[in-house]
Design a protein around this ligand. Structure first.
Ligand SMILES: *Cc1c(COP(=O)(O)O)cnc(C)c1O
Length: 222
């Protein structure tokens, strides 16, 4: 049962790690079931689906956006989202800042890093992220706040490779922390780990795991 899966995972996590229930493509009934079992943080990856589910779920849900975000869809995500994990270009953060200003919010975000070998993956290199945070443009953004780093490991069945990738995300997090937020306690999140690899991710320093399939079962994409 969904609530058994959820509670088993919840109970297996260290207290320092937040569970984000990735409910993309799942019907609202399943989110309600997870909510009734005590889950409050949910992750979605399609802007309109997120907006629609926000209208149907109670106000104390903490919404996480974890997907690709095109500039014309930023407006669906900004008003109620707790944390955007998937900032993968300077332009996207600038666009989020602009929408956030319109609605009078400061939106918390993570920078997504690209490490995995698969070139389908998106995100900053360490060098690009450092250059961006050094820029005057970044320093002028008043309606977004960076809370940390997000990464996705390769989808492969090789624990050593996946572990090395998580270590590299941890290194990126540390470099950013030391260079730009050495005394700012709010830059503290390292979002990494999914159903197949979250135990490894936690061993390598994750503070947020994004788990869908192991809670809700397979997604129905049709
Ligand atoms: C879908 C998704 C997840 C959850 O994946 P599962 O394998 O179902 O746990 C985590 N993170 C991102 C960015 C996703 O798109």
């Amino acid at each position: 049962m969904l609530s058994d899966n959820l509670l088993a995972i919840q109970n297996s996590l260290p207290a320092t790690v937040k569970l984000i229930a990735v409910s993309k493509f799942q019907p609202i009934e399943k989110l309600q079931e997870a909510y009734n079992a005590g889950q409050r943080a949910f992750g979605e990856n399609r802007p309109q689906e997120l907006r629609d589910k926000q209208l149907l779920m109670p106000d104390d849900v903490e919404w996480h956006f974890i997907g690709t975000l095109q500039s014309n869809k930023i407006k669906y995500v900004v008003p109620k989202t707790f944390l955007i994990h998937s900032i993968d270009t300077p332009e996207l953060l600038i666009g989020v800042n602009k929408e956030a200003k319109k609605v009078g919010r400061v939106v918390d975000c993570l920078l997504e890093f690209h490490i995995a070998q698969e070139d389908t993956k998106q995100g900053f290199s360490l060098e690009a992220a450092v250059n961006f945070l050094n820029s005057d443009e970044f320093k002028s953004l008043e309606n977004v706040r960076l809370k940390g780093v997000m990464g996705m490991a390769s989808f492969i069945d090789n624990e050593d490779v996946v572990r090395d990738e998580f270590r590299e995300f941890y290194r990126c997090f540390n470099v950013m922390k030391e260079k730009f937020y050495p005394t700012d306690d709010s830059f503290k999140e390292l979002s990494m780990g999914m159903s197949g690899d979250y135990k490894l991710a936690i061993e390598e320093g994750s503070t947020m795991v994004r788990i869908g399939t192991s809670i809700f079962g397979a997604r129905n994409y049709s």
